[in-house]
Write a protein that binds this ligand. Structure first.
Ligand code: DCP
Ligand code: CA
Ligand code: CA
Length: 376
C-alpha cells in the first residue's frame, strides 16, 4: 500500500447558527418561535443603528445583518410577535467560550476563528476516513446541543477553505461532507461570490470579465487574472477556485475560561456558594491541564430581568487554585449583594470567568496544584 501524502488532511468547520439570536432563545425559551432581531443601537435616536443578526423566522421576512433597525421595524410592524433586543456581547462571549471549551476538551487541534466559528484538524482522529469523520461530526453536534442547547452547521473537507464553504452550504443545523472526489462538482457551478475571499467589489469585476461561477474562475487565464487583480491576489484566487488551500489549522489557546450555571432557585442573597464549587474546580483543572494560571477572576450573573452583567478583580499572584478562585468569586458576589445594584433583583444564572492567563507552562514540578484548602 502506498503511503498517504502527508498533506492529505481532514478539516472540520463549525459555525453556530444565527448565533446572537440563538443565544437569546437559549436564555429566554419563551422567545422560541417568534421573529428575533438583535440590534446594535448607535444611541442617536431610539431607532438608529443596524441589525446585528436575526433568527431564521425573522430572516423569512427579509431581515438580515447590516440593515438599518428602522427598516427592520418597518418590515415587521404588523408582526406583533416580533422582538427587538439590544446586543449583549458579554453574554454571547460566555456562551461562545462554553462551546469552544467543549471542542477543546475533546479534540487536539482547535482554531477559534470568530465568536461562533472554529476549525478542527480531525485527520488523525478519524484516520483519514470521511465516514468516520461524519460520525465524529454528528457526535460533536449532539454534544453541543445537549450541553448548550445550540444548533450549529458543520462542514468536513480536505482543507479550511472547503470545510468553511461546506459548513456554509447547509444552514441551519447542517452537516456537509465533502471528500476530495466531490470537490470539483461542489465548486463548479457555484456563484463566484460564494468563494471565501470574493466580496461584492471583486464579484462585480469578475462578472464584467465573464467570470460568473467558481468553475469559470478556476479555468480563467492566470496572467489575465494577475493583471486584473494583482500578481499575488490573481493567482491566489485561481487556486482557491480550484479548491486548493494549504493553510494549516492553527491551534490557539483560549484567552479566558468560563462556566455558567442556572441556580436551583433564583437568589436575592449569596446563598449559592456550594453551587459554585464544581465551577471553580472545573476552571482550576482546565488551568492546570493547560499549565496556566489566571490573574483576573470575574463573576458573571444574569438577573431575573435577564440582563447579563459581570464584575471582576485582578490579583497580585496568579493562581490556578480552585479554593482561591472560589474565595475571590465569593467575595465578589458578597460585594454585589451588598450593593445598590441588586435592590429588587434576583439572580437566575451565575458564572465564573478566569482571564489574564499566563501563556507558558507553569506546572510546578512535584506540586499537586492545590495551593491550599483554606479557602474551602
Ligand atoms: N454579526 C454582526 N454583524 C454582521 C455579521 C455578524 O453583528 N454584519 C454577529 C451576529 C452573528 C454573529 O456575528 O450572530 C455570527 O455571524 P455569522 O455570520 O456566523 O451569522 P449568524 O451566526 O448570525 O447566522 P448564520 O446562521 O448564517 O451563521
Ligand atoms: Ca453563525
Ligand atoms: Ca460565523
Amino acid at each position: 500500500m502506498l503511503p498517504q501524502a502527508t498533506s492529505e488532511k481532514i478539516v472540520l468547520s463549525i459555525d453556530i447558527d444565527y448565533f446572537f439570536a440563538q443565544c437569546e432563545e437559549v436564555r429566554t425559551p419563551e422567545l422560541v418561535g417568534r421573529p428575533i432581531v438583535i440590534c446594535v443601537y448607535s444611541g442617536r435616536t431610539d431607532e438608529s443603528g443596524v441589525v446585528s443578526t436575526a433568527n431564521y423566522i425573522a430572516r423569512g421576512f427579509g431581515i438580515k445583518s447590516g440593515i438599518p433597525i428602522a427598516n427592520a421595524k418597518r418590515i415587521l410592524k404588523n408582526v406583533l410577535q416580533a422582538v427587538f433586543l439590544p446586543l449583549d456581547l458579554d453574554y454571547y462571549e460566555a456562551v461562545s467560550d462554553g462551546v469552544m471549551q467543549i471542542l477543546r476538551s475533546g479534540h487536539p487541534v482547535v482554531e477559534k476563528v470568530s465568536i461562533d466559528e472554529a476549525f478542527l484538524d480531525i485527520t488523525s482522529e478519524c484516520s483519514r476516513d470521511y465516514e468516520t469523520a461524519r460520525g465524529l461530526a454528528n457526535r460533536i453536534k449532539l454534544e453541543i446541543k445537549e450541553r448548550t442547547s445550540l444548533t450549529c452547521s458543520l462542514g468536513i473537507a480536505p482543507n479550511k477553505l472547503l470545510a468553511k464553504m461546506a459548513s456554509d452550504s447547509h444552514k441551519p443545523d447542517g452537516l456537509t461532507v465533502l471528500p476530495p472526489d466531490k470537490v470539483k462538482t461542489f465548486l463548479e457551478n457555484m456563484p463566484v461570490r460564494k468563494l471565501i475571499g470574493v466580496g461584492p467589489k471583486i464579484e462585480t469585476k469578475m462578472n464584467s470579465l465573464g467570470i460568473n461561477t467558481i468553475g469559470d474562475l478556476a479555468s480563467f487565464d492566470e496572467s489575465k487574472l494577475s493583471s486584473e487583480f494583482g500578481k499575488n491576489m490573481g493567482p491566489r484566487l485561481k487556486l482557491l477556485a480550484q479548491g486548493i488551500d494549504e493553510e494549516p489549522v492553527k491551534e490557539r489557546s483560549a484567552e479566558q475560561y468560563s462556566r455558567i450555571i442556572t441556580l436551583k432557585a433564583d437568589a436575592d442573597s449569596f446563598s449559592f456558594r456550594e453551587e459554585l464549587k464544581p465551577l471553580t474546580e472545573d476552571l482550576s483543572s482546565r488551568l492546570k491541564d493547560a499549565g496556566r494560571k489566571c490573574r483576573t477572576i470575574g463573576i458573571i450573573y444574569i438577573t431575573s430581568t435577564i440582563r447579563l452583567r459581570n464584575r471582576s478583580r485582578t490579583i497580585d499572584r496568579p493562581t490556578y487554585s480552585s479554593g482561591e478562585i472560589l474565595c475571590h468569586a465569593s467575595s465578589l458576589f458578597e460585594e454585589l449583594f451588598a450593593s445598590k445594584e441588586m435592590v429588587n433583583l434576583k439572580i437566575r444564572r451565575v458564572g465564573i470567568r478566569v482571564s489574564g492567563l499566563s501563556s507558558g507552562d507553569e506546572r510546578e514540578p512535584g506540586s499537586s496544584g492545590q495551593l491550599s484548602d483554606y479557602f474551602g
